[in-house]
Design a protein. Structure first.
Length: 113
């Protein structure tokens, strides 16, 4: 059974940076794409970034140039580096395994003065 555990959320001022990480278990991690989603209060969950097994990446327009998704197949982790954070980036961030439709428990990111 796939387990995804996020870490690294927190609070930061606008313009700051945060890195969230997802540790995967119960899967042959290096074979599968992974993704990060987010959900802000009162809004639908939305795709933020995704990375293929071959480390090709794609991003939501709202985060292009600011966020970077990466994976470490030796550690079975997928990270999201978030720079130049804005108020509107405030949300719960979720790790997602599309091959099994599995979600992590999420980690809160708050951008506030």
């Amino acid at each position: 059974q796939v387990q995804l555990v996020e870490s690294g959320g927190g609070s930061v001022q606008p313009g700051g940076s945060l890195r969230v990480s997802c540790a995967a278990s119960g899967m042959i991690f290096r074979f599968y794409p992974m993704a990060w989603y987010r959900q802000a209060p009162g809004k639908q969950r939305e795709l933020v970034a995704e990375i293929t097994a071959g480390s090709n990446t794609d991003y939501a327009d709202s985060v292009k140039g600011r966020f970077t998704i990466s994976r470490d197949n030796a550690k079975d982790t997928v990270d999201l580096q978030m720079n130049s954070l804005k108020h509107e980036d405030t949300a719960f961030y979720y790790c997602y395994d599309p091959s099994q439709a599995s979600w992590g428990q999420g980690t809160q990111v708050t951008v506030s003065t």
